[in-house]
Design a protein around this ligand. Sequence first.
Ligand code: PAF
Length: 278
Amino acid sequence: MRVITTAADFREAERAARRPMGLTPTMGYLHEGHLSLVRRARSENATAVVSIFVNPTQFGSSEDLSTYPRDMEGDLDKLRREGVDLVFAPCAAEMYPKGFDTYIDVGEIAARLEGAHRPGHFRGVATVVCKLMTIVRPDNVYFGQKDAQQCLVIERLNSDLDLGANVVALPTARDADGLALSSRNARLTPEARKSALSLYRALRLAERLYAEGARDAGAIRGRMADLLSAEPGVQVDYVSIADAKTLVELDAIGGEALASLAARVGGVRLIDNVTLGT
Ligand code: PAF
């Protein structure tokens, strides 16, 4: 496995690499969720690439860039064991050199949900993913469905800017008790982790109500919000039942819907979602 830290060196390696090439972009502190994407990329491509870069532009001023967990050596060990060929691990000055002044704003799909609660977040995500895809030039690029809106934003970016990759979104990896895997879980105290399970319970409630025939999105949102507000230590950012493709909030569920939520648990912001009507 080769670890490359500059765009120029990566371009050279990319020219010699076997195709197809699959990229899994990450911010490191890798868990089973990331590794399931890496395994899929490994199985579908002649060259498996993973990028590790904690992207400063997607964190808001009051957000947790400085406390975002990092473990480069541990990550590289894991990726070696998965048989990854190339790791791209640039520093911030490589990705954003002095004078950097070009950003990508994806429109409507990026303005809703996470976009409304974390202004500038998707601008940072779209900019860095566009740069990573331009440097790596992957045939396939892999993301987790836990960040469902991020997947839609990247699909829009890939299509609008003709980046030419196939965007693959894979199911959310969960712990045995249902908690969605996230690098941020490392910052949950045992007590907060217990409270965080209410996010999954709220989504399971939405699934159960839907399975029982409920289609009134407002009523389902209300039941989910009630469940979350009864949990000590959980501060809800939003509870949403939206069209799965446009993320427009629904009155009634007709086609495929995305039930999603974001909440702070013990100071850690978590998101999760399930799809209804598939
Ligand atoms: O999902 C993430 O880890 C990040 O948003 C990504 C896609 C690696 C961009 O920094």
